[in-house]
Design a protein around this ligand. Structure first.
Ligand code: ADP
Ligand code: ZN
Ligand code: ZN
Length: 781
């Protein structure tokens, strides 16, 4: 398990006081230097030890440059933050930098300010935020050259007075070489290598020779990194309906910072609003860049082609973790150099360097994928809002089911609400939602077919008869979540985790979804030898199997993390669904979000009940959002849609609200409860988690940290909960515990953490082998 925060937790030294951090470089400034004296560069490195390290530098290093510096016995890549002439390090101990990246335009002051804010807010060191935000090929100096070659091209120009020499050197019988020389002589201007190669295939070798001979001079210039979508069939924007038009106008009229909540039911045309708002900004300023964030990688291809068709002449960069290192770096560079006008990406894209950013759109702003769950545990949505505010540009947060935080801010008037009430496409209407009471089914003595009720099976049959598609949603992959022995009660527990090994039947494996442990499926019970070991419960594989026995003629596809392991396979499967080559689609969360399936008219939710027993106060919110999302896949074209939710708890408020399509009512009741209970968004939280081979040690660390906290001057204003074991206490042989810290205001919580976090170093040292993390605004508790 790799968590950088925790491994080095024990080594954190006293960070600079907040006030120092602010003045050191909220902007990248160069202080006036005395005539003589050393030139010192402050460099941010990816280590928790300190914010910046001082080195000696030549005159060519400027703030925002990437540099290689000696660090202990190794070298490391860092970002030059500031040039100064003073250092706390004695002059004789200052070491010079090793090298600098000479082709990368320096990172701008606003980008550094963003990283600085994130570092302060999430209580990490500057370099720990900055370096992971850079693409892989820039973090590693060994790959700079290769990337630089892709990012640049060489151009050549005839040197003054060298025309005759060059003419003589180019033999008349080598026709193309002669043509190249003539061209250089005739234009007197720079000729790029790719253009030279068009004239003469041997251009690279010849030009190098001529340069060495002093007849031509060479210069490196940026190479265009992106193609436009110009060859894509240009699409025409649909005429906006009234609500869409009002939304686009409001966003267009915004000057400076403005945050909009675009609250629109699924299929109401939110994406269309983003595209129009983007077109306005891009049209108004020939250098403007816009950033659009989406929650999932597998939503990018669909949107990417929609954008390319709408803006065929504008370069589009895409940023997500599914890209190969070099490709991702090139896309990042295109954004950084201002070449990409539109940047589409997952949460990581919020940290992209965008020198001319004029608009941000965050689609499905409520989605928990915007929260990074390891390393720097940031919220991309929250950073996006900060960024828009910093740059004084508008941001649009779109959702059918806004997070309670965003909804609350909109209710307070901090965000402007824009509402789309109807589905956009002609004839499309919201699906009817039916709750299938499984208790009732049982009373009527109707048995389930492998967890599928009679009404649901009938509805699927109807769709098959009509040639329409059905989608079954079950957020649990594998065949069955546990294997059990009938006679002695043995269950397939993971030896390393407090979790069960999941049966994967097609692969004939038991797998732990938490630590990755795999084992063959036992033929008999390991405890008592009984041969009747049977799968308990259902996952997507089992539903797929049940459907194929029930509907042998139907074409069934399963989309989950297992069936889409191969690169590109998810896209291929989605293409099949869109092309109508699938009758029944079974899937997890992966099928629930964003997809515009035109032929799906039935959505079946197989088993939502597990979510109702969660202790997490956000469980109802998340359940409501995910069911609303999946329900939104039904009836998107004018075919009418139906949603069936199988449940034993049809009275649950989240399900009742869902059946009425009543987000507003649901949100109001959630907020009422949260206000009474003093929970977010009416309180601000931070979570400290710790892990150790022994639970007592993990808890001991938190208890000691808590004692330190109580001595902080801010302590009376915050609430420190008791350290407790996490509900899934053991993962990969490490026991985990947590402690919640709460305050009524964000500044109070932040000030307290600034006092408290530095004391962790000492606490961490006292408890050997403990790892800890601090998470601000945790989503799951
Ligand atoms: P959302 O992002 O809210 O789910 P989309 O923008 O994807 O909605 O729109 C849903 C469907 O409606 C798409 O197929 C889209 O092309 C279509 N659509 C959107 N706006 C309009 C409009 N004004 N007129 C006709 N069709 C529209
Ligand atoms: Zn047994
Ligand atoms: Zn495990």
């Amino acid at each position: 398990m790799r968590d950088r925060a925790s491994v080095r937790a024990g080594r954190r030294m006293t960070p600079m006081a907040a006030s120092d951090r602010d003045t050191v470089a909220d902007t990248l400034q160069t202080m006036p230097l005395p005539e003589a004296g050393p030139r010192i560069v402050r460099v941010a490195l990816d280590t928790p030890a300190d914010d910046c390290f001082d080195y000696l530098a030549d005159a060519d290093v400027s703030p925002g440059d990437l540099v290689v510096v000696p660090f202990g016995k190794r070298t490391a890549v860092g970002v030059a933050i500031q040039i100064t002439c003073q250092s706390d390090v004695p002059p004789d101990r200052l070491r010079p930098i090793v090298s600098r990246n000479d082709w990368l335009p320096p990172l701008g002051a606003p980008w550094v300010a963003l990283a600085r804010f994130a570092a302060r807010y999430y209580h990490r060191c500057l370099g720990e935020v900055m370096l992971p935000a850079l693409p892989p090929s820039l973090r590693d100096a060994e790959t700079w050259d290769r990337l630089g070659q892709r990012a640049q091209t060489v151009q050549y120009r005839l040197r003054a007075g060298q025309a005759d020499a060059l003419r003589e050197a180019a033999p008349a019988r080598a026709r193309t070489v002669r043509a190249l020389a003539d061209h250089l002589i005739a234009t007197q201007d720079w000729v790029r290598l790719p253009d030279a190669r068009e004239i003469c295939t041997a251009a690279p070798a010849r030009l190098t020779e001529w340069e060495a001979a002093g007849w031509v001079e060479a210069a490196r210039v940026p190479q265009a990194l992106l193609e436009t979508g110009a060859e894509a069939a240009a699409s025409v924007a649909p005429a906006l309906h009234d609500e869409q038009r009002r939304a686009v106008e409001a966003i267009g009229a915004a000057e400076g910072f403005a945050a909009f909540l675009l609250h629109g039911v699924t299929g109401s045309g939110k994406t269309e609003v983003y595209l129009h708002a983007m077109a306005d900004r891009l049209g108004a300023d020939p250098a403007a860049q816009v950033l659009m964030l989406v929650p999932e990688i597998n939503l990018t291809p669909q949107l990417q082609s929609r954008i390319a068709e709408r803006f065929p002449h504008l370069p589009l960069a895409v940023l997500h973790s599914g890209l190969a290192d070099q490709e991702r770096s090139l896309q990042w560079l295109a954004a950084h150099r201002g070449e990409a006008r539109i940047v589409l990406g997952t949460r990581m894209a919020v940290m992209a360097s965008l020198p001319n950013l004029k608009l941000i759109a965050v689609d499905e702003e409520h989605d928990t994928s915007y929260k990074q769950q390891e390393g720097l545990r940031y919220s991309a949505r929250d950073l996006a809002v900060w960024r828009a505010n910093q740059l004084k540009v508008p941001i649009v947060l779109g959702s059918a089911t806004p997070s309670m935080e965003t909804w609350h801010r909109a209710e307070q008037g901090a965000y402007r609400k824009l509402v789309l009430r109807e589905r956009a496409q002609a004839d499309a209407s919201l699906p009817t939602v039916r709750l299938i009471d499984l208790n009732h089914e049982r009373q009527r003595q109707r048995t389930l077919h492998e967890g599928l009720s009679v009404p649901l099976l009938d509805a699927i049959q109807q769709r098959l008869d009509r040639g329409q598609q059905s989608l079954l949603f079950l957020n649990r992959r594998g065949y069955a979540p546990v294997l059990a022995c009938d006679s002695c009660g043995w269950l397939s527990g993971c030896p390393r985790c407090s979790a069960y090994l999941v049966l994967h039947r097609p692969e004939r494996r038991l797998r732990c979804h938490h630590c990755g442990l795999e084992s063959p499926v036992p033929h008999h019970c390991p405890d008592c030898g009984n041969v009747d070991v049977a799968p308990l419960g259902r996952g997507t594989q089992r539903i797929e199997e049940a459907l194929s026995t029930r509907f042998p003629q139907a074409r069934i596809a399963r989309i989950d993390a297992d069936s889409t392991r191969k690169k590109g396979s998810a896209q291929a499967m989605f293409d099949e669904v869109h092309a109508g080559e699938v009758d029944i689609l079974v899937g997890t969360q992966m099928v629930a979000k964003g997809h515009d399936f035109q032929r799906v008219t039935l959505v079946g939710v197989v088993h939502p009940d597990a979510a109702m027993f969660s202790h997490d106060f956000r469980a109802a919110e998340h359940l409501f959002a995910s069911l609303m999302q999946v329900a939104g896949r039904a009836g998107r074209a004018g075919l009418g849609g139906e949603v069936m939710i199988q449940t034993r708890y049809p009275d649950a408020p989240a399900l009742q609200a869902l059946a009425r399509h009543d987000y507003d009512g649901f949100a109001a009741s959630q907020l009422r409860e949260r206000r009474q209970a003093g929970l977010p968004p009416f309180a601000y939280q931070a979570l400290v988690t710790s892990e150790h081979g022994e639970l007592e040690r993990a808890l001991g660390f938190l208890k000691a940290a808590r004692e330190h906290a109580e001595q902080c001057p801010m302590a009376p204003e915050v609430q420190l909960h008791d350290p407790v074991p996490m509900s899934m206490v053991r993962i990969f042989n490490r026991e985990r515990a947590q402690m919640l810290v709460e305050a009524g205001s964000r500044p109070v919580l932040q000030r307290f953490l600034s006092e408290w976090v530095p004391t962790f170093q000492e606490v961490g040292q006292r408890v050997k082998g403990v790892r800890w993390q601090l998470e601000i605004d945790p989503l799951r508790i």
